[in-house]
Ligand binder design. Sequence first.
Ligand SMILES: Nc1ncnc2c1ncn2[C@@H]1O[C@H](COP(=O)(O)OP(=O)(O)OP(=O)(O)O)[C@@H](O)[C@H]1O
Length: 217
Amino acid sequence: MIRFDAVTKRYPGGHEALSNASFEIASGEMVFLSGHSGAGKSTLLKLIAAIERPTLGTVTVNSQNVGKMRRAAIPYLRRNIGLIFQDHKLLFDRSVMQNVLLPLQIAGFPRHEAAGRARAALDKVGLLKREKANPITLSGGEQQRLCIARAVVSRPSLVLADEPTGNLDADYARDIMDMFKAFNQVGVTLVIASHDENAISAYGSRVIHLEHGALLS
Ligand SMILES: Nc1ncnc2c1ncn2[C@@H]1O[C@H](COP(=O)(O)OP(=O)(O)OP(=O)(O)O)[C@@H](O)[C@H]1O
């Protein structure tokens, strides 16, 4: 599903965030990206989602060369990807429910079906009772769970999560990881960046380790 062939990412200014990385992630895998702060984890996720483009090498997602993708084609790629990034980008002028409905509205789902799916996604993350609330009134952990509901409501086959349990206490972190595991059990491919080695080892999944932009496994 995901293939990196000798991928290097150099940011303007010359910093090499990823160096000559090659690996494959098969459909249905749950993979952790580990490494110190600045190791290149977010960069790797952004290359998969075509938020950044490689300087050298090829990034292939679902048989498409996403590094060379036309700008107009990128929204179609992203429809199949649930993105859970650190900057939540929740809409604070809309309710919890409206935040989750938005991706479905953009994708043109009929109203009734969209409402049903959004309710199911909120239920899954334990936020159905808060559907009318403004996201600003939610705790950090609840906002993170809302982001997850929004990312999975379109039932993407691939979920990319950047430090999804960062700043959460252990119970919340475990809930979120269990949720990911459940997505994975129904066939969703997950790539999760985390520097929390304890959380990673508890799940026994494959780990791709980065150090200063270089792949160690
Ligand atoms: N847009 C950018 N422009 C220039 N340099 C960048 C940019 N984004 C990231 N970098 C640099 O690239 C390196 C890798 O950053 P990246 O965010 O991928 O690491 P990370 O492993 O996700 O770190 P963290 O765990 O702190 O989020 C860092 O040295 C960072 O400063």
